[in-house]
Design a protein around this ligand. Structure first.
Ligand code: ZN
Length: 135
């Protein structure tokens, strides 16, 4: 499958039915994220509203991080942010479905939409409650 097809398929699917959407009370960590360029807003414990890319990315993230330790999640988040922001990226390990997010390169204006939840997640792990803006 072409990366662009995978990208479209995964993004559309996760935007239409976001996984693990809703409030987890109590949450292990929480943070709010805001991307003023697109209006994406999310509160981790995964709750938010945004464009297809930001919702799909957060949904994929919620699946990818479930059951992992903080250290693993931090390392994964950094990998994904690198993938989103670097033109030539070779993952240190198989990122699975998350690789679909690499397709965001075709839409530079959407990189911040896709990275928002990952930055927010890192902030959530760094402190009990954080507010993040991509600006
Ligand atoms: Zn967006």
């Amino acid at each position: 499958m072409e990366l662009s097809d995978l990208y479209r398929q995964v993004i559309l699917d996760h935007n239409k039915s976001p996984r693990n959407f809703g409030r987890l009370v109590p949450a292990d960590a929480e943070a709010d994220g805001y991307n003023p360029l697109c209006g994406d807003r999310l509160e981790l414990r995964f709750d938010g509203s945004g464009c297809a890319i930001s919702v799909a990315s957060a949904s994929l993230m919620s699946e990818a991080v479930a059951g992992h330790t903080r250290a693993e999640i931090e390392s994964l988040s950094q990998q994904v942010i690198q993938m989103l922001t670097q033109t030539s990226f070779t993952p240190k390990r198989d990122l699975g479905k998350l690789m679909a997010l690499a397709g965001v390169h075709e839409f530079p204006a959407r990189v911040k939409c896709a990275s928002l939840c990952w930055h927010t997640l890192l902030a959530a792990l760094a402190q009990a409650h954080a507010t993040v803006s991509t600006e």
